[in-house]
Design a binder for this molecule. Structure first.
Ligand code: IPE
Ligand code: IPE
Ligand code: MG
Length: 257
């Protein structure tokens, strides 16, 4: 096997294909500034924009962002409704930009609990960007890893009940095919900001072999440099050809021009 020659080939060889992020720490970011939690969520939108831009410029296949968990409904009602309003607002405002950057937007999770307006916005955004061929941006909203596995099991059970599938054929491959993101690479790198070291019911199945990267940086402070460090750390853990953070920064700088 010959070593990659150009920096870009090196990047292809040692970058993760699929990065997933648990975007945590918005509330603490706001509290540290004497602001309401919702101000932290608004500031977090800037960090989302930056991470999408970095993922796109690095040529990743998929970026999956945990925006709202199935457990987050337990938060105070005014915070939940502020978050829903923010989703609607951001979707409406950002989708054209995503589209013009050839990004495909997908929303994963149980959307039946969202109000009709939000469901409509999501469907429109997905339809507009469906044929794009660049980065796939998955937003996990009302998503839970256990919910995902349960809904996959339900699909297979239905196929068995309908006589389309034998019980003996229910295996890892079939179950995996019925899960969210089955059409994309498994997660290579899972990042969690905000300092906690847990998965919080995110992509349980899809992260089976993911490298885990935890950083104390609060989500609104997770900028281009912080994302670059996380990717460099992943590349460094790859024993074949590890890129350095410096090389990744050079690539990003080249793609910005
Ligand atoms: C993550 O930030 C954003 C969502 C869960 C929507 P948090 O709101 O959990 O912020 P902290 O963890 O309280 O700081
Ligand atoms: C995880 O953050 C969910 C999202 C980032 C959407 P949480 O703040 O909700 O997780 P816990 O409660 O600390 O586990
Ligand atoms: Mg939190």
């Amino acid at each position: 096997m010959s070593l990659p020659t150009s920096l870009h080939e090196l990047a292809q060889a040692c970058f993760p294909k699929h990065v997933a992020i648990i975007m945590d720490g918005n509330g603490r970011w706001a509290q540290q500034r004497g602001k309401l939690r919702v101000a932290g969520h608004k500031a977090g939108v800037l960090a989302v924009r930056q991470s999408v831009s970095v993922a796109n410029r690095l040529g990743l296949e998929s970026l999956t962002l945990f925006a709202f968990s199935s457990e987050n409904w337990r938060r105070p009602a005014d915070e939940v409704s502020a978050l829903m309003e923010l989703f609607i607002h951001v979707l409406g405002r950002e989708v054209r930009k995503l589209h013009s950057n050839n990004i495909r937007l997908r929303v994963i999770g149980d959307r039946s609990r969202f109000n009709a307006r939000l469901q409509k916005k999501i469907a429109e955004a997905e339809a507009l960007t469906a044929n794009n061929t660049g980065l796939i941006l998955n937003i996990a909203a009302n998503y839970g890893g256990r919910w995902d596995i349960a809904q996959a099991a339900q699909q297979l059970a239905q196929q068995v009940a309908d006589g389309q599938l034998a019980v003996a054929d229910v295996d890892e491959t079939r179950l995996g095919q019925a899960l969210c993101l089955a059409d994309q690479s498994p997660v290579d790198l899972l990042i969690r900001t905000g300092g906690d070291h847990r998965i919080s019911n995110f992509l349980l199945w899809q992260c089976a072999y993911a490298e885990l990267y935890f950083t104390p940086t609060l989500w609104p402070d997770f900028d281009e440099a912080a994302f670059t460090e996380a990717v460099a750390s992943f590349a460094g853990r790859e024993r074949r050809f590890g890129c350095t953070g410096e090389q990744i920064r050079t690539l990003l700088a080249e793609s910005a021009t």
